[in-house]
Design a binder for this molecule. Sequence first.
Ligand SMILES: Cc1ncc(COP(=O)(O)O)c(C=O)c1O
Length: 399
Amino acid sequence: MNPRLSQLHDYPFQRLAALLDGISPAAHRPHVSLSIGEPKHEPPAAVVECLADRQRLSEGLGAYPATRGIRELREAICAWLERRFGAELDPERGVLPVSGTREALFSFAQAAVGAKPDPLVVLPNPFYQIYEGAAILSGAAPHYLNAEADNDYQLDFEAVPDTVWARTEVLYLCSPGNPTGKVIPPATQRWLIEQAHRFDFVIAADECYSEVHLDEDRPPTGLLRESDALGNPGYARCIVFHSLSKRSSLPGLRSGFVAGDASLLERYYQHRTYQGAALPVHVQQASALAWRDEAHVRQNRALYRAKFEAAAPLLNTAFDARLPDGGFYFWLPTDEDDREFARALYRDLNITVLPGSFLGRESEAGNPGAHHVRIALVAPQAECIEAVEHLVDWRRSRC
Ligand SMILES: Cc1ncc(COP(=O)(O)O)c(C=O)c1O
């Protein structure tokens, strides 16, 4: 087997299961999971109906789907990108449907890495673990950039030495960030595009939380918008990743897309023809419906907003709970060992949260995920708020 496999780290949820193994949780309380970021709101009815259509289903099941995807879906995606980010992309060359962004974030590095000696993939720390696995298995070394509380969890890209940029082949951005909830400021995104040209690397911008934001009137910016603002013709060196999982509460559909620089996408397309992760045609038809509709996305956001508005004042009586710019996580400082915090919380209240150190890596400055836990507000509002109330009382009793 590939010796690089042994460099992969266990997934955070495996580590959480091992951490909690052997603990008997408070039996009088039902289990509340605040650990996993799996959207739980109702999927849009039109999508469910489309998938249940016997005729479409039977035709979809009887056809090998093409890697490039159906034109209807690519047009729906391009229209959405124009409405949402003002981006103008060619449905033939500027976009590719993918089977959820996870597989695409992973496989993109396989296609993009290999032209420089001693390559690096730069990624945030803490981070969505796929970026790191993608880097390792592509033969690059991960280079981590810490997101620390004293810099308001923003990454200090300007502190990265030129010697690192010179070896960089892919820069993964996550904006809004998982777990920090931070949006990378527009000027920083534009500066990074200039760096990508200067040092010949690709920016892979994971924007799968861009549609879950608290201020309805101020949606987060994205790399394509900043690319246009900079004047970067053809979105050169920029690729964005978007998903229906969070935007439309459809994590089980496995549907997303990549868009941007057509010359990069053409080569990535060739990779994907071998990889063979094309979406079934009926999934693509249902996805096109979802990208065309914004009403269900606004409703979805309203549900998250109501949870954050109720939870934040409560949490702030016992923690420094900052509202995220986007996404559905609180990234909560614990002031104590985050693993011990998670264990005790499970034992005493039967609530699971994700220790931040499982999402980060040790660096010279320590593990920037340590002393934090990630709390996902995906359960129904009443369940989330009751859990937060118990969490706050519990915390006070420990201080
Ligand atoms: C930051 C981030 N990127 C990508 C994904 C993958 O989402 P999907 O494969 O469902 O599109 C997730 C899922 O949790 C995530 O948190």
